[in-house]
Design a protein around this ligand. Structure first.
Ligand code: HEM
Length: 144
């Protein structure tokens, strides 16, 4: 990441990081093939699961993972290793579940779409955000 990216990303992420349910809903709505990978959600009507406890739990897990990752960036170089560790762990868990790379890319596409339409957004934020997503996928795919 480029110095200053964390500040740019925070302008957007801070505005949506409490919208866990809406974020997961948007991702499943955009890519039903992602929803279909979850044993608890596969084959179910999205609007009917949106209010369930399982949905809230999973939405919170994903969104807090992103917030945690971004906090490691915020704390600076001394925390980068911690960021690599959680992304590598994420990647190996998801690889073991048989989640294809394409779906991780779809996830990032949908997340970017959500954030860019629900948070402050300009060319600088967009560029920083896109570098962040690119590093996330590069690290995830390194041993995928
Ligand atoms: C867990 C699927 C992307 C974060 C899970 C589980 C599944 C899954 C099936 C297990 C759920 C359970 O047993 O309760 C997928 C699919 C993805 C995807 C199909 C396609 C893009 C992501 C992304 C993140 C993420 C991009 C983070 C930004 C997590 C976390 C857990 C989890 C934190 C719980 C911890 C764990 O079991 O690894 N995911 N996931 N997932 N996912 Fe994903």
């Amino acid at each position: 990441p480029v110095p200053g990216d964390v500040e740019q990303i925070s302008k957007a992420w801070d505005a949506v990081k409490n919208n866990e349910i809406e974020i997961l809903y948007f991702i499943f709505k955009s890519y039903p093939d992602i929803q279909a990978r979850f044993p608890k959600f596969a084959g179910k009507d999205l609007d009917s699961i949106k209010g369930s406890a399982d949905f809230a739990i999973h939405a919170t897990r994903i969104v807090s993972f992103i917030t945690q990752l971004y906090s490691f960036g915020k704390y600076g170089a001394s925390h980068y290793a911690a960021g690599f560790t959680i992304v590598n762990e994420f990647a190996s868990n998801h690889k073991n579940r048989g989640i294809p790379k394409d779906q991780l890319s779809e996830f990032c596409t949908a997340l970017t779409k959500y954030v860019s339409t629900h948070a402050p957004w300009d060319d600088n934020i967009a560029a920083a955000w896109s570098r962040g997503m690119k590093s996330f996928l590069e690290v995830s795919f390194a041993n995928y």
